[in-house]
Design a protein around this ligand. Structure first.
Ligand code: MG
Length: 366
């Protein structure tokens, strides 16, 4: 089976032209790791997650942190009971009670929070409906009454406090329910505790994008910036008590998985064989992509020790590396070509497979 070529080639490989050395190097951030072949059928598929019938409700599989009835699952920041008020389905900050945080800890998450600033409004600037949502207990998404109310840009509702103002002021009036939908990617550290990738934060405020995949400079810190510290990869979701009776409801979180990385076998170099120019030239020519005579054709040419295919409607030629006398593989894709020959040895067509898809191309210039 052609799809086995890649797997079978994991040992005793011939190092070919540094193709996969290139795959492993030269890029930054999360792409710096070895990259999967495109369309690799062996790549693990995402878990099925059933969306909610009601967009206002959490998807199945989400962890409901506050459902309007109880603060079970929450505690004070010092480990005591969460001493905020729950009434009529609403969670209310109790000024002076201190912050509350989830007992559970999280890393990468999608978080939904609904909140409302006190009505009628009182105070000005940061002393007006102030609370906050701390991701991993470290990175504050500001909660503030920013509706027709002035304060500094990097302290408005929807800011990553002290660092990134929101892209828009999307605030609703005090007393009105507002939504935050937050995507958080935790910072990554190496085994020595050195930062390898900063946190990433995306926020929609009332459905409007106000933080677009921003990278905080470090944990939220008032009046000075603090460097990142490896605190173990997980942390609670904390709600801030800033002496204002801010309301919350419908808080849920979805933990996000890491994408599986390819194993060494997944990215092992192709087990390439050497064919003579005469052997390669047998396959050079045009191949029809369909049964009708007017079907577009693919062109196969020889380029030194391998073939190249030019597909209709796709610019540029693609490398085909020989893995046997009749079989060729595409280095960057889970794609394989098996040429067909009749009893006289004449090439009549080729089977083109990508992942779990397959089609036959017929020789157009026999
Ligand atoms: Mg705050």
């Amino acid at each position: 089976m052609p799809r086995l070529f890649v797997r079978l080639a994991s040992v005793g490989v011939v190092l070919t032209a540094g193709i996969f050395v290139c795959l492993a190097a030269g890029e930054s951030g999360r792409d710096s790791a070895v990259r999967w072949r495109q369309h690799d059928i062996h790549r693990p598929k995402p878990a099925v997650l059933e969306p909610s019938d009601d967009p206002a409700k959490p998807p199945h599989g989400a962890v409901v942190l506050f459902d309007g009835t109880t603060l079970r699952g929450w505690k004070s920041a010092t480990g005591g009971p969460a001493a905020w008020k729950v009434k009529d389905g609403v969670l209310e900050t109790v000024p002076g009670a201190g912050p509350i945080e989830t007992r559970a800890e999280f890393g990468d998450i999608q978080l939904h929070v609904e909140w409302a600033a006190p009505s009628p409004p009182r105070g000005r600037s940061q002393d007006r409906g102030n609370s906050g949502i701390f991701l991993m207990g470290q990175f504050e998404i500001q909660v503030l009454d920013s509706y027709q109310a002035e304060t500094y840009a990097d302290g408005q509702a929807g800011s990553i406090y002290g660092q990134y103002p929101p892209l828009f002021n999307a605030a609703r009036p005090p007393g009105t329910w507002q939504t935050y939908d937050i995507a958080f990617r935790k910072p990554r550290f190496d085994s020595a505790g050195k930062l390898t990738e900063p946190a990433r934060i995306t926020v929609f405020h009332n459905g409007i994008l106000v933080q677009n995949n921003e990278a905080p400079f470090g944990p939220t810190s008032w009046l000075r910036w603090q460097p990142y510290q490896d605190r173990g990869g997980r942390g609670p979701i904390r709600l801030q008590d800033h002496d204002h009776p801010v309301h919350f409801r419908n808080i849920w979180v979805l933990e996000l998985p890491d994408r599986p990385r390819p194993t060494a076998a997944d990215v092992a170099p192709i087990h390439r064989v050497s064919l003579s120019p005469a052997q390669l030239d047998r396959y050079v020519g045009a191949y029809r992509m369909g049964d009708i005579p007017a079907a577009p054709t693919a062109k196969i040419a020889r380029s030194s020790d391998h073939l190249e295919i030019t597909l209709p409607f796709r610019p540029g030629a693609l490398e085909l590396v020989p893995t046997s006398d009749t079989e060729f593989a595409m280095p960057y894709t889970d794609g394989h070509f098996t040429f067909k020959r009749n009893t006289e040895g004449k090439v009549t067509g080729v089977i083109f497979r990508v992942a779990d898809g397959e089609r036959e191309l017929k020789r157009a210039d026999p």
